[in-house]
Design a protein around this ligand. Structure first.
Ligand code: PLP
Length: 404
């Protein structure tokens, strides 16, 4: 334990009480928040009540009205969390929706170039590969580093007069590296579309979208925010609306909001999209899910976001130190908190990541995930992680590798 760890061994909130609100922890060591967050019981209870009220009430008062009001309140809540205007936040199903809003709308020509990183998940790579197949654009890969000067040098080497889009994660889902994304704009210039995937950053440390100098910021509600599955959101800078017309849309997307008689006129009035992120939302929605997301955000906000970030830092420091003592273990994630997040990705000599993943899950009830490059295991420290979780992981690895 470092001196800092000792000072912050306990978070400012009551960790034992928090853990009692997550019954799954009685059976599992849960280090899988980067894949899916778990919902605290008080949030879940309200969530179930909201679903019941909405589904039972339908359009009868107050079910639908309440669900729609909660939906708009969630937009405000997400906006506050990421330092945005509510008008520029679209409430979506997941982070992939945000990725697809970009890849479906962007106008690319054969030979145009897209830059992403070598440490992205398939959730981002596949839509980009599809975009290249559709348009004839080419994908370029930057090797991630948390060092701004090195990152800038690597980016500069890849930028060309054909670069149209840079899209990468603020925190790599593979290595847990925190990327200095805010420096990209100055190097790329105003014309290149910059999209930051924050699926692994929101809820791990403070995010201020306006400071990222990006056009679009994508995230979800079901990982670090521990909200309902099927919730996500994206932020759009006001300037980007002309570049990204909605590909799928409904009556809420139009400006002016069209009425039946408009399209019966000859000639019909000019059609335009709203200059608000709501243009990307359409049709009957799972409004009630977003009431649950707002509750999940409130739950952690009440514990204190800074206290949560400090705790993730303490736990990931502890995990790095404990795992680092095991022979044959190599920590892939940068060691310093400012360069990393609650993730710790590590290799174990002589073992494939997927093999360890399966054994840790099936023999030791430890949720985590493997990575492919390198073949490693990724664990995530969240607001509820305790030292006993890390100790259980280390003990399991000792058993698997036969190191005492
Ligand atoms: C960096 C990153 N982007 C996007 C996604 C996809 O998220 P979603 O399932 O919300 O679409 C993930 C999921 O693991 C991710 O880690």
């Amino acid at each position: 334990m470092t001196e800092r760890d000792e000072r912050h061994a306990q978070p400012e909130y009551d960790l034992a009480a928090v853990r009692r609100e997550l019954p799954v922890l009685q059976e599992w060591t849960y280090l899988g928040t980067g894949t899916q967050g778990i919902m605290a019981e008080p949030v879940l209870q309200r969530h179930l009540e909201r679903i019941a009220a909405f589904e039972r009430g339908g359009t009868a008062m107050p079910g639908r009205v309440e669900a729609e009001a909660n939906y708009q309140a969630c937009r405000e809540s997400v906006a506050r969390l990421i330092g945005a205007e509510a008008n520029d936040v679209a409430l979506l199903r997941n982070a992939s929706d945000g990725i697809n809003i970009v890849t479906a709308a962007i106008d690319l020509q054969p030979g145009d170039e897209i830059i992403t990183s070598t440490a992205e998940g398939l959730e981002l790579i596949i839509p980009l590969v599809g975009l290249c197949a559709r348009t004839g654009a080419a994908l370029r890969y930057i090797e991630l580093t948390p060092d701004p000067a090195e990152f800038a040098a690597r980016l500069e080497a890849l930028l060309s007069d054909r670069t149209r889009l840079i899209i990468l994660s603020q925190v790599s889902c593979e290595w847990g590296t925190r990327v200095p994304v805010e420096i990209m704009r100055e190097l790329a210039g105003p014309e290149v579309l910059i999209v930051v995937d924050g699926a692994q950053s929101v809820g791990q440390f403070a995010v201020d979208v306006t400071a990222l100098n990006a056009d679009v910021f994508i995230s979800n509600g079901h990982k670090w925010l521990c909200g309902p599955k099927g919730t996500g959101f994206s932020w759009f800078s006001t300037d980007v609306y002309d570049k990204l017309p909605p590909v799928m849309f409904g009556y809420e997307s139009a400006d002016p909001v069209w009425e039946r008689h408009y399209y019966q006129q000859e000639p019909a009035p000019a059609f335009g999209f709203r200059r608000a992120a709501e243009r990307y939302e359409f049709g009957t929605r799972s409004w009630h899910l977003f009431g649950g997301l707002a509750d999940a955000i409130d739950y952690q906000a009440e514990l204190g976001w800074q206290a949560i970030f400090d705790h993730s830092r303490t736990m990931s420091d502890y995990a790095k130190a404990s795992l680092g003592e095991l022979p044959g273990v190599d920590i892939v994630t940068p060691l310093g908190w400012e360069d990393a997040s609650g993730f710790v990705t590590f290799t174990v000599e002589g073992y494939e990541g997927h093999e360890l993943r399966d054994r840790l899950r099936d023999e030791f009830q430890i949720t985590q995930r493997s990575t492919e490059i390198p073949s490693a295991v990724r664990v995530g420290c969240a607001y509820f992680t305790a030292r006993e979780d890390i100790d259980a992981l280390v003990a399991a690895l000792r058993q698997i590798t036969g190191v005492t």
